[in-house]
Every structure is written in C-alpha cells, then in structure tokens.
Design a protein. Sequence first.
Length: 254
Amino acid sequence: MTIPVIAVVLVAIVAVTVISTRVLREYERGVLFRLGRLRPLAGPGLVLLLPFVDRLIRVDLRTVTLTIPPQEIITRDNVPARVNAVAYFRVVEPTLAITEVEAFPVATSQIAQTTLRSVLGRAELDTLLSERDELNDSLRRIIDEQTEPWGIKVTTVEIKDVEIPEAMQRAMARAAEAERERRAKIISAEGEFQASQKLLEASEVLSRNPAAMQLRYQQTLVELGGEKSTIVFPLPLDLIAPFLAAAKRGPETG
C-alpha cells in the first residue's frame, strides 16, 4: 500500500471518528435513534455513534423562560383587558419530549396562551387585580397537567401585567377615592361618637359632685388666664347668688 493511500485512509478514519463523536454537557441528554428505532438515553459526556446509522438529538434539561405574548381577554364581568405573563418549565423526560410532541417549546407556548385566555376569562376584574397568587397557581397546575405527557414540568407561571381601558382606570380611580372618603367619614363619626360618650360620662360625674364642678371651673380659669387675650366667661349663678341677694335686701332696708 502506497503512502498516499495510507494517508487517505487515515484521513477518512479521522473524519469518520469526528463525525461519530459527540460530547454532551452535564445539563444535556441525547435521544438516540438507530435506524429509526429508539435507543437508551445517552450522556452526559462522550458519546460514540455509528456513522450513517445513528442520529442524536440534544435535549437541554435547564429551566427555560417562556414569555407568553399579550393576550386579549374579556373578564367574567365583561371588562376587556390585555394580559401578558411568563412561565418557567424544564424537560424531565427527554425521550417523551422528542417522541410525544413536535417542537415541545412551541407546543408549550401554545398551551400556555390558550390556558391563559381560558382561565382569566372566567375571573372577574377585581380577582384578576387582587388575587394573582391564586390565579398563578391555577394556571401553573392546568398547564402542567397538559404538558406532563410530553415530559415537560411547568414550575412557575406569573402574570406580569394587566392593561385595562383608560375609561375603566378613571372609573376605578373615582371609586377608590369615594371609598377613601367613606372610610374617612366613618372614622370621623366614630371619633365624634366616642367623644360624646366621654363627655356624657364626665358630665354625669360632675353633676353628682358640685365640688368637682367648682374645681373644674377654677382649673379652666387658670388655663385661660395664661393666655394673653381678653376673655369673657360666664359666672355660675350659684357663685354670685349670695351677692345678688344682699344687693336686693339693701335697697329694701333703706
């Protein structure tokens, strides 16, 4: 065998070896088909294939972030809204992900979109705005049930944003303002009611003890005396009654 022939053979061997060798990373697995028939899962590490006989499909096992495009929905109380969300999923059964569905990322995205419209369309606007945790959990559970036969595990679904018409936003703002005013009036009325109850209790205590009434009156005079202003205040009749009686007797005596 001549040297050129040997060189050609060596080059062919090297080429076949390169073509037949695959290196799978730790987070990758290989779904192997030999003449169209499924073989045991390959990887990670070095994988040797039979040239022109084996076909290897790489599957990434890492969590994938799936952005769900904005969906136009009408809530249960007939309010139009535009909702977008994000989902996180990963492949747990690479063989099923390849053999049970074509293009599993696209299929998962379509399932997520239809489920989002279906679930949120049955919810009212107040629920959509205030109870997102429950809706997120419901979305994740329903999507996961539908992708489980494909070997796909949906770990999280989060509603990112809810857009509603401007007219509805203004109406909600007015309703929120009216609610705040109502609460403020209720709190003020409760304060007035409690204050009147305390004043009633104080008046009952003072009315049972005239001396306490006098002490309270004198205390009020002391407090008013500290202010640098002219104050006109009435005198209790029981204080000035003796003076009025004496003045009345004086002219009669004369």
